[in-house]
Design a protein around this ligand. Structure first.
Ligand code: GCU
Length: 654
């Protein structure tokens, strides 16, 4: 055999004959250098909150592992995952959770200890729990979200691994659990790599940790894993979908009932456990004004799976977005997954309720959950309170579009996002990304993602938020002419980014009143105030159009202000300037006659943490584009938007 075929043996590796051996083990083996491969996950279980479960939330012990060394241990067998404890006073074990940090789960670690404020890297979580095995039932470990790369051990066995901080995963652990005391150890690395989704360069705080629920879910031997039951496309009466059963023999009977409509439908599983669903029904439809949810009972063998489903049609026709066949204008707001109730990542029903009450106070019928899938409590609560939802995967800045692993990660996150929320009627838009720079590699990548969404779900619309390059050019010419004292023609900006071809609805981030003057002033030899004034006074002369005859949602617009800072109309960071931008640029976008702009979600509901915001007096690591402060105090712009949305709601009341 020639050398060329066999790569050189790595010094110290087991099969390197030169490596000194102790009892047949190399130093590498003794140091526990070999990383166990990621074990496979189980298909995602839907609506786990209605399943019998043990909530493993609470206080966990946490060790910080800045060098990511914990998977190997010095001399003492296996790494932290093995949870090896000294068996005799003389045994040296170089890890122990006894005096480690106490960190709450769900929650991020950054806001729970000042030393961890900026920590990005590996932390090891450990907790014990008592358990007694139920007769015949199966147990799944379910994590709602662990940012960013998680590896989970149960009683010393690596049972799960997952990349992606904002989507759930689960695995069956029936065989790993023991009667009595059990130990779960979770390694969470919040650092992302350049090939990951997202990368590290984000205008939001990378909160690390077990940021969402950790549950031990109990199900019967044969159980409903998930279902998808919704109106068929372009039909207000035909209900279609499927039920996925785990553990059933082909031909197993499944029943679907909608008690409040007196409906009962019987079907059976095929070889893969899927049972098709299809029937006619006269159901009261879900709308923002009347967010009706119907209880849907799915039964198979001894299992009863319950879901609350709203039935609605969402589609486009030319430049229109149609809800249940009627054109709708989306009065929205964008938000990050932070709470006004406490610092850090939002994770629970109370956080959702607090944000939703502000959003309803604004007279919204739409919310953009940016830039990643938010927790399930938020999505379900928004649905119950009559808000249409834009849900997104974090394909954001600096994505490695040519890397197959990056594409695979994006597709994985799309499928996990859809699988968790596929029965949420309120979710109208799956967004495949935000502000990605046009290039052949990017266009190809995004086309793949759009097709992946359509493969997984044909009952919703695909969108993405585009950068407003064209808008800047149009504004420059117009403002330049105005400053020279001319009266220029209105500007018609035609969105022509090739990504517009692959989506159903075009998202467009536009900051004419905030960023544009900063850029334009430099090239015009005019002051930023002069340019900003010219822009704000001419917003009615800016028209948006697309090269695709598709509806547009202005997915970001607005400006920043530090709450409590006051000044002249054009003073940067003042509430007056932010309010002026809302009174002009934002108001001009609300349901303009003949415009393809069929909705907007100004950036953003609440000031949010960002490592990019270095103005220590005005920002101090907060992005200040919120219309409420971090604690929820309303800025002037809040009332401006509230008024314009109230007038629109009045004008268009159904
Ligand atoms: C961008 C981006 C946001 C960012 C915002 C801003 O458009 O999508 O994530 O926070 O602008 O600059 O405030």
């Amino acid at each position: 055999m020639t050398g060329a075929q066999n790569p050189p043996r790595r010094q110290g590796s087991t099969d390197d004959p030169r490596s000194p051996k102790v009892e047949g083990k190399t130093i590498q083996d003794l140091l526990g250098g070999r990383r166990e491969p990621d074990p496979p996950l189980a298909p995602l279980i839907g609506n786990v909150q209605q399943r019998a479960h043990l909530d493993l939330g609470g206080t966990w012990r946490v060790l910080v592992d800045p060098l990511d060394r914990g998977e190997r241990s010095i001399f003492g067998g296996g790494g932290l995952g093995s949870d090896h404890a000294p068996e005799s006073p003389g045994e040296v074990v170089e890890h122990d959770f006894g005096d480690a940090y106490e960190i709450k789960v769900p929650g991020d670690w950054n806001t729970q200890h000042p030393e961890l404020r900026w920590y990005r890297g590996v932390c090891w979580y450990r907790r014990e729990f008592d358990f007694s095995a139920p007769q015949d039932n199966r147990l799944f470990l379910y994590l709602g979200g662990a940012n960013h790369h998680a590896r989970i051990w149960l009683n010393g066995t690596l049972v799960a691994a997952h990349r992606g901080g904002f989507t759930p995963f689960n695995v069956e652990v029936s065989d790993q659990l023991v009667e009595g005391k059990n130990v779960i150890v979770a390694k969470v690395n919040s650092l992302t790599r350049d090939i990951d989704i997202p990368t590290e360069r984000n205008d939001w705080q990378n909160y690390g940790g077990l940021t969402r629920e950790v549950l031990l879910v109990e199900v019967p031997g044969v159980f409903v894993r998930n279902c998808h039951i919704q109106l068929a496309r372009a039909s207000a009466r035909r209900v279609e979908g499927w039920v996925d059963v785990d553990g059933a023999a082909p031909g197993t009977t499944v029943t679907v009932e909608i008690p409040d409509a007196g409906l009962r439908f019987e079907t059976e599983t095929d070889g893969s456990g899927r049972a098709p669903v299809g029937f006619e029904a006269e159901l009261e439809l879900w709308t923002p004004e009347s967010p009706v949810l119907h209880r849907v009972d799915v039964r198979v063998a001894d299992d009863h799976f319950e879901e609350e489903i709203g039935f609605r049609q969402i589609e486009t026709r030319g430049n229109e977005i149609l809800l249940n066949g009627e054109p709708i204008f989306l009065r929205g707001i964008a938000m990050h997954e932070e709470s006004i109730r406490h610092p850090g990542r939002a994770y629970g029903p109370d956080d959702a309720a607090a944000s939703l009450s502000l959003i309803k106070e604004l007279n919204c019928n739409f919310v953009r959950l940016a830039h990643y899938p938010h927790n399930e409590y938020m999505v379900r609560a928004a649905e119950r309170s009559g808000l249409l939802i834009w849900s997104e995967i974090p394909v954001y800045h600096d994505i490695a579009f040519e890397n197959p692993e990056t594409l695979a990660s994006a597709k994985q996150q799309i499928n996990e996002m859809i699988e968790r929320d596929r029965n949420r009627a309120a979710i109208a838009f799956w967004s495949i990304g935000n502000e990605t720079m046009p290039s052949d590699a990017r266009n190809h990548f995004m086309q793949e993602l759009a097709e992946e969404v359509r493969r997984a779900d044909r009952t919703r619309l695909v969108t993405a938020a585009l950068l407003s390059i064209e808008g800047m050019q149009g504004a420059a010419a117009h403002v330049g002419a105005r400053l020279r004292g001319d009266s220029p023609e209105p500007v018609r900006t035609v969105i022509s980014d090739p990504l517009g071809e692959f989506v159903d609805v075009i998202g467009y981030n536009q900051y004419l009143g905030w960023y544009a003057p900063t850029f334009l002033a430099r090239g015009m030899g005019a002051s930023e105030e002069q340019v900003r004034e010219a822009v704000l006074d001419s917003v009615d002369e800016f028209e948006l159009d697309t090269a695709f005859q598709k509806p547009v949602i202005v997915s970001e617009t607005g400006g920043a202000a530090r709450q409590g800072v006051h000044g002249e109309r054009l003073d940067a960071w003042s509430e007056e300037l932010q309010a002026a931008i809302y009174e002009t640029e934002v108001a001009a976008l609300v349901d303009r006659k003949g415009s393809p702009v069929r909705g907007l979600s100004p950036w953003i509901l609440k000031d949010f943490r960002s490592p990019m915001r270095l103005n220590s007096r005005m920002q101090s690591y907060w992005n200040r584009k919120g219309i409420v402060s971090p604690e929820g105090e309303r800025k002037q712009a809040f009332f401006v938007l509230q008024r314009h949305y109230a007038e629109h709601a009045e004008r268009t009341r159904r």
